[in-house]
Design a protein around this ligand. Structure first.
Ligand SMILES: [Zn+2]
Length: 103
């Protein structure tokens, strides 16, 4: 959780550019402020968040900003290297990165 050092302005831009939609599977989330950061969440329990300015509860699943090229491989915090991803896709991508090398 603490490795997300993406500046708020860039988070906001990525979320707007990607239209609250996971760029891997197309799942659309809900925009809300979470711990004072612009965020996109899945709301599997259908908590009534309409009209709320922010929601800090834990009973949701937050989308993540994915680094297309990981920081560890030289990727940077730039718009071109960041996409919005649901947690499921971000996790599976990480798995592939670590053991999916074919060449
Ligand atoms: Zn996804």
């Amino acid at each position: 959780m603490t490795r997300d050092n993406i500046p708020i302005a860039i988070r906001q831009e990525i979320i707007q550019r990607d239209n609250c939609t996971c760029q891997y599977c197309g799942k659309k989330g809900t925009f809300i402020f979470r711990y004072a950061k612009p965020s996109v969440i899945e709301n599997p329990l259908n908590i009534d968040i309409r009209g709320l300015d922010f929601y800090n509860g834990t009973d949701i699943i937050a989308f993540e900003i994915d680094h297309i090229i990981p920081i560890s491989k030289g990727g940077g915090v730039s718009r071109d290297n960041l996409v919005l991803a649901c947690r499921h896709c971000n996790r599976s991508k990480g798995d592939r990165d670590s053991n999916g090398k074919t060449e």
